[in-house]
Design a protein around this ligand. Structure first.
Ligand code: F6R
Length: 261
């Protein structure tokens, strides 16, 4: 696991955008795993700028989103399908239908989950997965107690996650759905490179467990310690509880530019 601590979200956005641009240069038909929420906003903004400037293209790329609320109508602005379209997909040059997400409106939700796993596999798997982390240590919506071997399935959101996300629903906790479909932890581990982004003091405890804690279903993100290629991009506030923070900083300072992440 490579841990990179920089000063702010803009710098994090630049580093992640560099990795995605380099991947698309090498492999224009790459498959990207896309997170919603606040953490990746700076990455998507930077990629939209680069795409406008003709420096990167998503024309041949595919995308799979991590998770979706159950119970929101198709046109609801907080449905993750609509959130990712507005935040990223519609701002760059993806082809029609190139970005897929779990169908939280399906009549048969388990069948929709199985179909989503099949679609990711049929696309050749995810080359680069962007992740955020919840304050309770979730990745995608794999809440504490999730099976470390889980695949895409229905989950119940914790009160903590619903409270954290109430800001997107006019601060009305009752408006936040109680259920979701989410890629499982094993689904995420299949991605070839995982880039996890975290900013702010409120993420420091989850980041501490992710990077330096014991692997446990109680802090689901810790399963990433078993993945061979994970990059964790943090600002100073999110890194404040890391015991080896000086080592991570020294290591990154000494890294040759050509090496990438
Ligand atoms: C979003 C997702 C979640 C978020 C996490 C952090 O698709 O899967 O795991 O990444 O809840 O959310 P933010 O970035 O809004 O703090």
């Amino acid at each position: 696991m490579e841990v990179i601590v920089v000063s702010d979200a803009t710098e994090i956005g630049g580093i992640a955008a560099d990795a995605i641009s380099a991947l698309l240069e090498r492999k224009p038909d790459a498959v990207l795993g896309l997170a919603t929420g606040s953490s990746p906003v700076a990455v998507y903004d930077e990629l939209a700028r680069r795409c406008d400037a003709g420096r990167v293209s998503f024309r041949q790329a595919r995308g799979f989103i991590l998770d979706e609320y159950v119970g929101l109508p198709a046109e609801h602005p907080q449905r993750y399908r609509n959130v990712i379209d507005a935040a990223f997909v519609n701002r760059v040059d993806f082809g029609p239908g190139a970005v897929d997400g779990p169908d939280g409106t399906a009549a048969d939700l388990p069948a929709a989950c199985a179909a989503y796993e099949d679609a990711i596999r049929a696309a050749g798997g995810v080359n680069l997965q962007i992740l955020g982390i919840g304050t309770d240590g979730h990745i995608a919506f794999n809440e504490p107690g999730s099976s470390l071997a889980s695949r895409t399935r229905i989950k119940t959101l914790t009160r903590q996650t619903r409270t954290d996300n109430a800001r997107f629903f006019g601060d009305d906790l009752d408006a936040v759905p109680t259920h979701c479909l989410t890629q499982g932890l094993a689904t995420i581990l299949d991605a070839r490179h995982v880039i996890l982004l975290a900013t702010g003091r409120h993420k420091a405890e989850a980041v501490h467990h992710l990077v330096e804690g014991a692997v446990s279903a109680m802090w689901p993100a810790t399963i990433l310690q078993h993945h061979p290629h994970v990059t964790v991009l943090l600002d100073d506030a999110a890194a404040r509880r890391l015991q080896l923070v000086d080592y991570y900083r020294e290591t990154y300072r000494a890294k040759p530019d050509w090496q990438g992440i």
